[in-house]
Design a protein around this ligand. Structure first.
Ligand code: NAP
Length: 282
């Protein structure tokens, strides 16, 4: 029950109606008996500085940050974790002693999701579709985990090349327009394929990625970070090829679990989070 003592958390985004975070976090706050609620915070582009002031002045414990504010928010924070700095995006704010500290839990969230599906990225060849915000967190996670090579394909060669620039010192990484023959060649010895584009979500469900499935080894693992719908065309094609795979649900849960740990310094009930979201998405 909400009382005078109830603490506040929320997700800042525009739009936020589609976000699963309020439902997921309130489910575990209730389960753990923590006196706190998690609310949607729809913040229009342009209003972000005022919203961040509000987080501080209204005594929030912290917040999640989602599209389109993950980059812009960094300039309004007092401290930023080096990992978030590296990928130039913050998705979690912790308020500590009136200071706002920014983190990026998509990085650890993706790594934990792979681990939950028993995939170890060390020394593996990776092919990634898309060169946006989530891809940055994923490439950084994979580079830190010691993968052997990363090939990024996007619909714009220019964007893909700019995208890989900050990672060149960390890992063997190449960028292509995904229609190119050299991008196709990367499929020959791929261990992990990842869709980081929204292709496969409602609205662009029928569009398909230029994945050369007939070239992909059967032992490869396919990860789509879309969780709704749970089975995208990308995952369906992976299955038809005989490859194992995962959708974006584990990343969603694990990034939320890491945010919870940052706010409360305790382990969240992960299994409750998984159960809750699986039911919600059925
Ligand atoms: P973003 O920064 O906008 O990047 C999207 C990427 O996909 C860009 O490379 C973009 O290319 C490409 N793209 C967009 N529409 C496309 C289309 N119709 N055809 C081909 N390529 C297209 O978005 P993001 O934050 O990285 O998020 C991407 C997806 O990941 C979303 O579906 C989001 O819901 C999901 N996500 C899931 C989790 C999770 O926890 N499971 C976490 C974060 C994000 P251009 O630059 O050329 O537009």
């Amino acid at each position: 029950m909400i009382a005078g003592t109830t603490k506040l958390l929320g997700v800042i985004g525009w739009p936020v109606e589609h976000s699963f975070s309020p439902a997921m976090h309130n489910a575990i706050l209730q389960h753990t008996g923590i006196d706190c609620v998690y609310v949607p915070l729809p913040v229009e582009p342009g209003d972000l500085p005022k919203a961040i002031d509000g987080i501080k002045s209204m005594g929030f414990l912290g917040a999640n940050v989602t599209i389109p504010h993950k980059e812009e928010v960094m300039q309004y924070l007092d401290e930023i974790h080096p990992d978030a700095q590296k990928v130039n995006a913050v998705n979690t704010i912790v308020v500590k002693d009136k200071k706002l500290i920014g983190y990026n839990t998509d990085i650890g969230g993706f790594r934990a999701a792979l681990s939950r599906h028993h995939f170890t990225p060390k020394d593996k060849n990776v092919v990634i579709f898309g060169a946006g915000g989530a891809a940055k967190a994923i490439v950084y996670a994979l580079a830190v985990a010691g993968c052997k090579s990363i090939t990024v394909g996007a619909r714009s060669q220019e964007k893909a090349e700019k995208f890989i620039e900050p990672f060149k010192q960390m890992v063997d990484i190449k960028a292509y327009n995904w229609e190119e023959q050299d991008f196709r060649k990367a499929h020959w010895d791929v261990d992990l394929l990842i869709n980081t584009t929204p292709v496969g979500m409602d609205g662009i469900k029928d569009k398909s990625l230029p994945t050369f499935w007939t070239d992909v080894p059967l032992s490869a693992f396919a990860a789509d970070i879309i969780y709704n719908p749970p089975i995208t065309a990308f995952l369906r094609q992976a299955r038809l090829r005989g490859c194992r795979g995962m959708n974006g649900l584990a990343m969603l849960v694990e990034q939320g679990a890491l945010s919870f740990e940052l706010w409360f310094d305790k382990e969240p009930p992960r299994e409750i989070m998984y159960e809750f979201l699986v039911q919600k998405l059925e």
